[in-house]
Design a protein around this ligand. Structure first.
Ligand code: CU
Length: 700
């Protein structure tokens, strides 16, 4: 504890939004014209980070309506409107990233070290067709914004010079003894060219929950990126980004294995023409590639006692993606484009049986998914204050399990081809699948003056099944409880179709700023995991009927997000955020699993130009609508947790923030947190108990 007091006392203080102006933000964005739209929110990461978020998923929790699934201390998996994983589109500097883990240890946002990105764009629901195929639940895009450095005038003697730009920072968290060190340097290379390096290193031990349990949640990550580019004479922009991210010994109390390593390289090329080209008025052309290598096992980071009676297991995996997009504008109000991507995923399930390692299955049997999309969006003023926006998108998708027939070996009865498992559970071999998907939306938005507006929209979003839902082949020993671990994709599963209606309002009522939306999403052919065993008391059969399989059902998701802000004085504000989701499986007449109950936070915030004080209460209602057959642990009690934080910015170059989270050291878990696989006294992977945290950022 002494170290922290020392660090604390050596810190000064605060926060602030010190970001590129709006024009710069919009300049490299995929969607330029609708940035001011209530539906598409582009924000500076600094302005929404009121704690030390450990990765992109954790940061997203600061946005009302986004919750996360916790499996360990890292790799928080964002959920928007009851939808997660492949129902969300996640872009890192424009690159589509698909995690390399078949157990979802690495949702794409976990590869974001937030201090090294500048902005985040979030779209809840299907309100744009320009961000790739699918994305029925929403789009999350993390971006770096780099421009040539400005020249400044010397104090004496006139003339100008171009100072370099530096950002250095250190964060800490007392509970998990987490430390993150960051550096971000941009070097002046004249008035047109830019060169930026950034990197970070994070190390965390297991955190302690409110009851003193220390679930396995430690992690170590490091990353660096190089950004190089230039502005041309006509103000067009050329940019190259290389990103390198490493994760080692990332522990997951909620899973049977931990990450030994995940190594990721991402390459981006972006060209933005500010002048007419190819018959388009402006044009964005982007190419990317992401390569990931992942190894998980249950014996490198997990001790013999933590592993218990489990046999030694390991699964090496890889996920490689490349693609590109061309987006142009026609006049001020029309966008057209084409995008392409190809992802390949491989994973090999291994188990040590009687001292010998056996390669049991090609768990992701060389799964290749290729997508080609065409799209357009148009805005149409239909009155001085009313805008109609509509978009259409057509996707051709091809999916194949290229190694489904490959034999991993024949020394042990558990060594089987993927096809033999598909045949056992679905009566088919895997074959190449083709999907033709049509998606679109229409939205009417009306300005009511004084920054007030309302909108309503209808959308249809088609999402084809992903590598896991189609072709996963995780097997297990043929033993009672172990059958539950079998997880077999359905090679015949259909595309799910979301048909959503949404209404939103932003304005001021009785001196309260209100921003809210309500939606209803009917999903036909919703892809759900299930087990064949169907006992009315929810017990399982302890045989092959307990295998996790996939089928299409009809589902309905509805809910709302509401933010209320009341200024109590020029410096003092009270903010209430609420979000609610309800999900029903209308085919099997049961709730959908992993649906967030009524959740929210209430903040009292006192802000001056150099300081900021906050008291935040986070809360959730009980969740009684559960489906425990596959994922949900059970009904989840509600909770109330208190945080305080204070920020100082003594000069514009220094930001210091400190705070205490979970002041009462409450033991709690969100409904989304998965079952704890190691600690017998904890049903779920609980959230962290009390912690003192701080960050010092020097930006000059
Ligand atoms: Cu993994």
């Amino acid at each position: 504890m002494k170290t922290y007091i020392k660090i604390l006392s050596s810190f000064f203080l605060l926060f602030v939004i010190n970001v590129a102006n709006t024009e710069e933000l919009t300049d490299i964005k995929i969607t330029t014209p609708v940035i001011d739209n209530a539906i598409i929110k582009n924000e500076a990461i600094e302005s929404i980070n009121t704690k030390n978020a450990i990765d992109g998923g954790d940061l997203l929790q600061n946005i009302n309506g986004i919750n996360t699934i916790r499996r360990g201390g890292h790799g928080l998996d964002a959920v928007i409107r009851g939808q997660s994983d492949q129902r969300l589109t996640t872009l890192l500097d424009g690159a589509m990233v698909y995690g390399a883990c078949s157990s979802k240890m690495d949702p794409a946002s976990t590869y974001v070290n937030i201090e090294n990105y500048d902005t985040i764009t979030v779209i809840k629901g299907a309100q744009s067709v320009m961000f790739g195929a699918g994305g029925s639940g929403g789009v999350v895009s993390f971006d770096r914004v780099t421009e040539p450095l400005p020249f400044v005038t010397k104090n004496k003697g006139g003339g100008t010079y171009q100072p370099n730009k530096y950002k250095f920072g250190q964060t800490f968290d007392s509970n998990s003894e987490a430390m993150t060190t960051i550096g971000d340097v941009q070097i002046g290379l004249g008035d047109k060219t830019f060169l930026r390096f950034n990197g970070s290193y994070s190390d965390a031990n297991d955190y302690e929950t409110g009851t003193g349990i220390k679930p396995k949640t430690g992690f170590r990550t490091h990353d660096y990126a190089i950004v190089y580019g230039w502005r041309t004479d006509n103000n067009s922009k050329v940019e190259f980004v290389y990103d390198n991210n490493s994760q080692e010994n990332v522990e997951y109390a909620g899973l049977l294995m931990d990450i030994v390593y995940s190594y990721t390289d991402i390459y981006n090329f972006k060209y933005h023409s500010a002048v007419p080209m190819l018959g388009l008025d402006t044009l964005n052309f982007e190419l990317y590639q992401s390569d990931m290598d992942h190894l998980m096992d249950n014996y490198t980071a997990r001790s013999t006692s933590e592993r218990g009676s489990e046999m030694k297991m390991k699964t090496p995996a890889a996920s490689d993606t490349y693609g590109g997009r061309l987006i142009g504008t026609l006049g001020k109000d029309m966008r057209v484009g084409i995008d392409y991507e190809k992802n390949r995923r491989d994973a090999e399930q291994n188990m040590m049986i009687s001292g010998t390692n056996y390669h049991l299955t090609y768990l992701w049997p060389g799964v290749e998914i290729e997508k080609l999309g065409l799209f357009m969006e148009k805005d149409k003023n239909i009155s001085p204050s009313g805008i109609l926006t509509y978009g259409l998108r057509y996707d051709m998708i091809e999916a194949d399990a290229t190694m489904a027939a490959d034999d991993p070996g024949s020394d042990h009865a558990l060594q089987v081809t993927a096809n033999s498992l598909f045949t056992t559970y679905y009566g088919v071999n895997a074959s190449k699948r083709d999907f033709d998907n049509l998606s679109g939306f229409i939205r009417y938005s009306k300005s009511l003056g004084n920054d007030s507006r309302y909108y309503y929209s209808f959308s249809r979003s088609a999402r084809s099944p992903d590598a896991t839902e189609l072709f996963n082949t995780k097997t297990s020993m043929a033993m009672a409880a172990k059958y539950q671990r079998r997880h077999i994709g359905n090679p015949t599963i259909k595309t799910e179709k979301h048909n959503a209606f949404e209404f939103g309002y932003k304005g001021n009522i009785y001196n309260i700023d209100l921003d809210g939306s309500v939606y209803m999403n009917n999903v036909s052919d919703y892809i759900t995991p299930y087990r064949v065993s169907t006992n009315s008391d929810e017990t399982l059969d302890s045989d092959t009927n307990d295998t996790r399989l996939y089928k299409n059902i009809n589902a309905r998701l509805w809910g709302y997000e509401l933010s209320l802000k009341k200024a109590l004085s020029p410096n003092f504000a009270a903010i209430l955020n609420l979000n609610y989701t309800r999900g029903d499986d209308r085919t099997q007449n049961r709730p959908l699993a992993q649906i967030t109950p009524l959740t929210g936070d209430f903040t009292l915030d006192y802000t001056t130009t150099t300081t900021n004080y906050g008291l935040r209460v986070r809360f959730a209602d009980t969740q009684d609508n559960v489906d425990t057959r596959v994922i949900d642990v059970g009904k989840t009690p509600g909770y109330t947790v208190y945080d305080v934080y204070v920020g100082f910015e003594p000069t514009p170059d220094v930001r210091l923030a400190i705070g205490m989270s979970n002041i009462t050291d409450k033991r709690y878990a969100t409904h989304l947190n998965v079952a704890n696989q190691i600690d017998s006294t904890a049903a779920r992977v609980d959230e962290a108990g009390r912690s003192i945290w701080g960050s010092l950022i020097l930006d000059f």
